[in-house]
Design a protein around this ligand. Structure first.
Ligand SMILES: C[S@@+](CC[C@H](N)C(=O)[O-])C[C@H]1O[C@@H](n2cnc3c(N)ncnc32)[C@H](O)[C@@H]1O
Length: 211
C-alpha cells in the first residue's frame, strides 16, 4: 500500500519509529550522488571541527570523516531516530571519540560561539521552522573565517516553480530561490556564493563568516 502523504511529510521532516528508520536508511542510499557532488565543492584538507546539522541517517557524516580523517565531528538532528541510525552508521567515530551527537534544533544550537569550523546542512534547510534565525545561529557557532555549506536537490527556479510547488505540497518543504538564500545568508553575516546543476536540481550555497 502506498504511504499516506502526511506520513511522508513527517518522516522526511522528523523521522520516527520503524517507518522513520526505513526513510533514513533510504536517504543514505539515494542522497549518495548529491553528497559526492557537494563534497567535491568543499575545502580539500581540513582538521578542525565539522558539524552536520539535520544529519539524518549519518551517511554524509561518514563521507565527511573519510574526506577529513583528522577532523572531529558533531552531528545534530531534532529526531532521536536519526541520531540512533547515525550512531550505528558511525560506530567507529563514536568509539574513537571523534563524533559527538546532539539532539537539538538548528535554530537553538547548544554550542559555544565560534566552536565549529565547518558546518554542513544537506536536504534540510527547507524544514527549518525559522530559516533566518537558524542561519544566524549557525553564524554564531562558526569560528571567524568558518564556512557553512547548504546543499539541496530542490533548487527553486522560474522554470520549475510549478513542479517544486507540487513536491513541496507532498514533502512539506518551504523552498527559497538562490537569490533569497544568498540574501538571507548575507543578512546573517556571511559572504556567500552558489553553484548549481540545474538539470539535476542540485544547488550548493557556500557561506564564509567574516574574520
Ligand atoms: C530529508 S532529511 C536529510 C538527512 C541528511 N542530511 C541526508 O542528506 O540524508 C532531513 C533531516 O533534517 C532534520 N531536521 C528537520 N528539521 C530540523 C531542525 N529544525 N533542526 C535539526 N534537524 C532538523 C530531520 O529530522 C531529518 O533528519
Amino acid at each position: 500500500m502506498a504511504e499516506a502523504p502526511e506520513n511522508i511529510r513527517i518522516q522526511y521532516r522528523n523521522p520516527q519509529g520503524e517507518d522513520g528508520r526505513a526513510v533514513l536508511e533510504g536517504m543514505n542510499e539515494h542522497h549518495s550522488e548529491l553528497w559526492d557532488w557537494g563534497i567535491s565543492r568543499m575545502p580539500k584538507g581540513f582538521d578542525g571541527t565539522v558539524m552536520d546539522v539535520g544529519c539524518g541517517g549519518g551517511g554524509f557524516l561518514k563521507r565527511l570523516s573519510e574526506r577529513y580523517p583528522y577532523a572531529s565531528f558533531i552531528g545534530v538532528d531534532i529526531s532521536g531516530k536519526a541520531l540512533e541510525v547515525t550512531s550505528e552508521v558511525n560506530r567507529d567515530l563514536l568509539d574513537d571519540g571523534s563524533l559527538e551527537l546532539i539532539g537539538a534544533s538548528v535554530d537553538d544550537l547548544p554550542l559555544a560561539d565560534g566552536s565549529v569550523d565547518l558546518a554542513t546542512a544537506v536536504e534540510t534547510y527547507f524544514f527549518w521552522p525559522d530559516l533566518p534565525r537558524a542561519l544566524r545561529d549557525l553564524e554564531r557557532v562558526l569560528s571567524p573565517g568558518g564556512m557553512l555549506v547548504v546543499l539541496s536537490e530542490m533548487q527553486l527556479r522560474d522554470d520549475n516553480a510549478e513542479e517544486m510547488a507540487i513536491a513541496s505540497g507532498l514533502y512539506g518543504t518551504r523552498l527559497v530561490t538562490d537569490g533569497e538564500m544568498l540574501s538571507l545568508l548575507s543578512d546573517a553575516g556571511f559572504e556567500a556564493s552558489c553553484e548549481s546543476v540545474p538539470e539535476k536540481g542540485w544547488v550548493v550555497y557556500r557561506a564564509v563568516k567574516g574574520i
